[in-house]
Design a protein around this ligand. Structure first.
Ligand code: SF4
Length: 343
């Protein structure tokens, strides 16, 4: 059956839905992998397939930011370069080397896992998810991550960032009543892992959640996945209405409020029109620093929300959007491309 033909039976409808799901997954994969090719950070644990090093990085990255983890990772591996070295080390020394990362329980669990690898497996890590899960202190996420990032197994696993991205893309915005179960999200994660390319895919998903589709400031306006993201319309509407400001604006200086920004945008657009400086409009990225001196690319989603609000009120117009830079994986290309002008 072609997608143009109407489905005439339950079987055909189900098959048609399955085709649509598979087609969307393929589209998402292609776009996200292209994004990763041009945005991936060069992180030390991405240069190794050593399961011990991967495990150390995964345990450290739980609840700790990448920038803080890097020096600790190097230092820890300098002191305990192998699983045998960690297993044999005095626990007090392991905790001392962990200092600065917090959640010391992780150090204890890591050493217990290392001791189990040495005692039960003669120092060789199991390569299956099941084998890794049998180690003390290793949960489903870490077992999946080590199987994938050390042994290049095409397995699915989800942490907070991955869950958020998949949920937004395939289910919608997270909310009290709409948040899907862990099992449902994991099923989506399992269906989308590309055979033979699980390592890159899972790294890409993690990176996208950490840098682009973040919890509080998803960059929907410049997102290569926006066209087919289930959550994008709701999130953009919410940004445009400034719902995220509710808690913080009360004590915020006036210059940092959306009200001030709206006034400044109109002022700048009016000036540009009066002087003929920008007849076609002003790019969002060029407009930003004239609205807020500390403006950076990370503020583009916020500014887009402000501009959309003005557009809804008939005070501004978004005249052109072009986010095709991502199609070609050009880092730093035409980010902030939407043009804004007076109506
Ligand atoms: S459109 Fe927004 S919510 Fe959807 S994947 Fe992109 S950044 Fe995330």
């Amino acid at each position: 059956m072609t997608s143009a033909e109407p489905a005439t039976s339950l079987g055909e409808i189900v098959a048609s839905d399955a085709d649509a799901d598979a087609e969307k997954r393929a589209w998402v994969r292609g776009r996200l992998l292209a994004w990763f090719a041009s945005h991936a950070r060069d992180l030390p644990w991405r240069r190794t397939r050593n399961p011990y090093r991967v495990l150390v990085s995964e345990i450290m990255l739980q609840q700790t930011q990448v920038d803080r983890v890097i020096p600790h990772y190097e230092r820890f591996l300098g002191a305990f370069p192998t699983v045998d070295a960690l297993a044999a080390a005095p626990t007090a020394e392991v905790i001392r080397l962990w200092s600065g990362l917090g959640y010391n329980r992780r150090a204890i669990n890591l050493q217990r896992a290392a001791q189990a690898v040495v005692e039960r497996h003669d120092g060789t890590f199991p390569c299956s998810v099941e084998g890794l899960l049998a180690l003390p202190g290793i949960g489903p996420y870490t077992a999946g991550a080590v199987a994938c990032f050390a042994f290049e197994r095409d397995v699915a696993f989800i942490d907070t960032n991955m869950r958020r991205v998949l949920h937004r893309l395939f289910i919608g915005p997270e909310g009290e009543r709409t948040t899907a179960s862990e099992r449902a999200t994991l099923a989506i994660a399992a269906a989308i892992v590309p055979p033979g390319n699980g390592w890159t895919w899972n790294q890409a998903l993690i990176e996208f959640g950490a840098l682009h589709c973040t919890a509080r400031r998803p960059a929907c306006v410049i997102c290569p996945l926006r066209d087919r993201c289930a959550a994008a319309p709701t999130i953009q509407a919410s940004l445009a209405m400034g719902t995220s400001k509710s808690k913080s604006t009360r004590s915020m200086p006036f210059e940092q409020t959306n009200r001030y920004a709206r006034g400044r945008v109109v002022e700048v657009l009016r000036w540009a029109t009066d002087t003929g400086e920008d007849e076609e409009g002003i790019r969002l990225r060029d407009l930003g620093p004239r609205v807020r001196p500390t403006f950076s690319d990370a503020d583009i989603p916020w500014l887009y929300g402000v501009v959309e609000g003005l557009q809804r009120d008939g005070l501004a117009r978004v005249v052109r959007e072009d986010d095709t830079a991502y199609d070609h994986g050009e880092a730093g290309g035409d980010i902030g491309n939407p043009m804004v002008r007076l109506p």
